[in-house]
Design a protein. Structure first.
Length: 75
């Protein structure tokens, strides 16, 4: 079975910190910054980049489409 390495990019200025993405991640990769963006929201961050497989569950449930997912096959 192939292994995959994922990475997510979050548009922190558009993220409103709704926290819908974090429970959607089966690997617990997403957390929230103690810092706030220009709108005053604690935005989502990738806390465990090594655990991310690029499943895109976080991007699928994001109501504002601020998460971009990249996935690469690891040999």
């Amino acid at each position: 079975m192939a292994k995959f390495k994922g990475e997510i990019i979050i548009d922190v200025e558009k993220c409103k910190g709704c926290q819908v993405c974090a429970p959607a991640c089966s690997f617990g990769c997403i957390g929230f910054s103690p810092k706030v963006n220009a709108k005053g929201y604690n935005y989502a961050v990738l806390e465990k980049p090594d655990a991310c497989i690029g499943c895109a569950n976080c991007a699928i449930v994001c109501p504002d489409a601020v998460i971009t997912v990249y996935k690469a096959k690891v040999e």
